[in-house]
Ligand binder design. Structure first.
Ligand code: FAD
Length: 381
């Protein structure tokens, strides 16, 4: 019998393998990964610096231990170059590996900023454990760090770097941070919280160039201002990895498109995690991929099971101003009711009948996220 093949050993790939083994201990399983296959929890990467954690301290089991735990073959440093859905196989270098079912858990690539200058290759991004190791090494001794992007990951790193003693500048094109997730009052609270721990904001601007300077780098902004810095971190977004799938004729748009059974447009090929667009939703967070992994494991074990998404609030790990946000389900429209006070901001997105559709909470108000989440409609019922 050909194995189930999972491409990717991130949280999506390994969680699926774990869930599958709860239901079926014997089906042959192969996990192929371009990286070292070490288990780690990616969310830890953006709040580990202040705790002085090295990449090794954040990591869990090595690939051989994972292979044993999962009763699977784990092929490390093995990049899948081609999927052949007709022959039902994948190619890694010169090796052809046949599959009975194929799961794409390929993750997403950090978007590279378009920059001029002679130091663009020094711009860092942190999207996996190996990136974190490199980043930590590069900022050792760096007093000033400039972050391009004031979204979730940029804000988390800003908070962490500040607490670790660095002087942080953030360049963000919108007039307030996390503008895709938060209403203005909540975003401004986060902005104030981070400013309070020493972060300098450059809102309404983009970086146009990064050049080497006598000491460190010079980041030039679109208004001509120049930030002197010792390291530059780009956190301007993630793009689901779709090209491998597209080259095999598997349909993709923002992500690899799958239905609620996590089936792609090609028979016996599935996708989950950051690379997937599930019934129109691209949700690059841990809770959705856990729900996907449970459903897909059941399907692979013989019981076709659609993924169900409850409301899934996202916590922004910025202790300077904790934030919890639940995005609005589907096409529902409503309006924000915002209350601000000593305890932070409580912004409720409500429909005409006052039904709760989403929320954004900051400071102490973030503590009521679980109670509020219970009142939200499911994202995929
Ligand atoms: P990845 O972990 O990226 O795994 C992709 C895997 O695919 C890798 O093993 C890679 O080597 C492999 N691969 C890719 N292409 C190939 C190929 N061609 N051949 C072989 N292997 C291949 N989410 C939250 O919910 N809460 C948080 O607090 C949070 N914090 C975060 C902080 C940071 C800094 C980042 C970057 C993300 C954070 N997220 C958070 C998002 C969350 O971590 C991700 O949604 C999740 O880890 C994605 O897992 P994944 O397995 O889909 O992708």
């Amino acid at each position: 019998m050909e194995p189930i093949v999972i491409i990717g050993s991130g949280l999506a790939g390994y969680t699926l393998a774990r869930e599958l083994r709860k239901l079926d201990q014997t089906v042959p399983l192969v996990i192929i990964t371009a990286d070292d296959g070490r288990y780690y929890s990616k969310p830890l990467l953006s709040n580990a610096l202040a705790q002085g954690k090295t990449a090794d301290q954040l990591a869990g089991a090595f690939a051989p231990a994972m292979a044993e735990q999962l009763n699977a073959e784990v092929l490390v440093f093995s990049r899948v170059e081609e999927i052949d859905p007709v022959a039902r196989s994948v190619r890694v270098a010169q090796r052809i590996i046949a599959y009975s079912k194929l799961v794409l858990a390929l993750g997403a690539d950090p978007v590279r900023p378009l920059l001029a200058g002679d130091a663009t290759d020094s711009v860092l991004s942190v999207n996996d454990l190996m990136d974190y190791a490199r980043f930590r090494e590069r900022i050792t001794g760096a007093r000033r760090v400039t972050i391009l992007g004031g979204g979730l990951i940029g804000c988390e790193f800003a908070n962490d770097l500040s607490h670790a003693g660095h002087q942080v500048d953030i360049v963000h094109p919108a007039l307030y941070p996390l503008d895709r997730l938060l209403p203005e009052a909540a975003a401004q609270d986060l902005q104030r919280g981070l400013a309070g721990v020493g972060v300098t904001w450059h809102l309404g601007h983009t970086a146009t160039a990064v050049n080497r300077a006598v000491a460190g780098y010079a980041v030039t902004l679109d208004d001509g201002a120049v930030i002197a810095t010792d390291a530059v971190l780009a956190a301007i977004g993630l793009r689901p990895r779709v090209t491998l799938a597209q080259a095999a004729g598997i349909r993709a748009a923002r992500g690899i498109q799958v239905n609620r059974l996590l089936e792609t447009s090609v028979a016996d090929v599935y996708a989950l995690g950051d690379c997937a667009e599930v019934a129109g939703h691209v949700l690059p967070y841990v809770m959705p991929l856990m729900a996907q992994a449970r459903a897909l494991a059941a399907t692979l074990a013989g019981t076709p099971t659609e993924v169900v998404y409850p409301a899934m609030p996202v916590i922004v790990k910025t202790p300077a101003c904790p934030v919890a946000v639940a995005t609005v389900a589907g096409e529902a429209t409503g309006s924000w009711q915002v209350a601000c006070g000593e305890e932070g901001v409580c912004a409720l997105y409500q429909d005409e009948g006052q039904g709760l559709l989403g929320f954004a909470l900051t400071g102490k108000q973030a503590g009521q996220r679980q109670a509020l989440a219970k009142r939200l409609p499911a994202l995929l019922p």
